[in-house]
Ligand binder design. Sequence first.
Ligand SMILES: [Zn+2]
Ligand SMILES: [Zn+2]
Length: 430
Amino acid sequence: MLGTRLALLAPLPALALVVVDEEHDPSFKQQEGLRYSARDTAVYRARLARCPVVLGTATPSLETWHNWRSGRYQRLELSERAVPGARLPAIRVVDMRSQGVDAGFTAALVSAIGRRRELGEQSLVFINRRGYAPVLACEACGWTAACTRCTARMVLHSVDRCMRCHHCGAQAAVPRACPTCGNVDLKPLGRGTQRIEEALQARFPGARIVRIDRDSARRRGELARTLEGLRRGEGDILVGTQLLAKGHDFPNLTLVGVLNADTALVSTDYRAAERLFAVLAQVAGRAGRRARPGEVLVQTRYPDHPLFAALARHDFASFAESQLEERRSAGFPPFVFEAALRAEATKLDTAMRFLRTAAALADVPEGVHVYDPVPNILTRRAGLERAQLVIQSRSRPALQAYLAAISARLFEHAPREVRWHLDVDPIEFD
Ligand SMILES: [Zn+2]
Ligand SMILES: [Zn+2]
């Protein structure tokens, strides 16, 4: 039986093996309704069925890596590549500070794409942001187009000339002038896939450029058709988001350019580096899948970051070890267990008050730490104010006992105007 998260609940009386492919993928965690990790549930289901479970990945999650290091899991290594004779791509870091950047591209990347054009090979330009520009701003007064329902900026989309909020889906017309000062010269700041596509068109006239992101793949079946065309060699330069990183095999693709990988390096989310490594390793794997060697250029302002050194050496182990050491000293998972109690209400104060009440509903046992409630980074989403409190413990049973004690009483104490949920092993703190 082949399935997504929910397949785990299917009745299979003679279950003898469970395989979780790409186990590090955050989408195994269901983030809506009943929140659960399908990977961890798979491990549990296999235990109930007394059968083996295989977690497959080239870049294990640090939880899984840690479970192997501490002897709970067994590691099986595939030492040969799937395509015989295929070599790992050469990964190079391009320093954006010394190179100078024009329309998002360093000279090194432009000339590498040009060489591929001459050879009749395909290039992939990877940028993890869709739309035209993430910000529309007035330089005269500093106004930026914001979503009225979220603590977020509207993203400018050029194909259908509108602004869209990527958090709540709200849509608005592009203003003719700054609503604050009347300046008609509004400027798009930053770059998304559509703007990169435009820059490539200007730079390589005549090249067949194919953009692949959630906007271009909106219609049913369209993504599959585009990918099939690319495999047949239709298209010279691909511009794509993470949608392209996974599992697709393009025999004629020999160059991958990563435009700007830096946002994850300065993120407040301690999982950002782990995810960046997995995405870059995956996107790098698109280059040179066959006998032709692939090349990967990663543009960054932090060329000395240890993540890139490990990536260039294809050395996940040393990256994982250094990340785990950071997590251990900072007291983050997998060295502690976490849960987040989250609340939403039309007023932030209502949500915060509920969380403070919730924390006091049961005595906090020894070994469990309840942090003060804080507003989310994206405080308002779709018109609701959001706050959360984090509960940590080095002991899973102690954490579970406390959660059981408060959750029973939360149902009685939650005011009607508050929506709340408890997320065990949260992986996102937006
Ligand atoms: Zn203005
Ligand atoms: Zn919004």
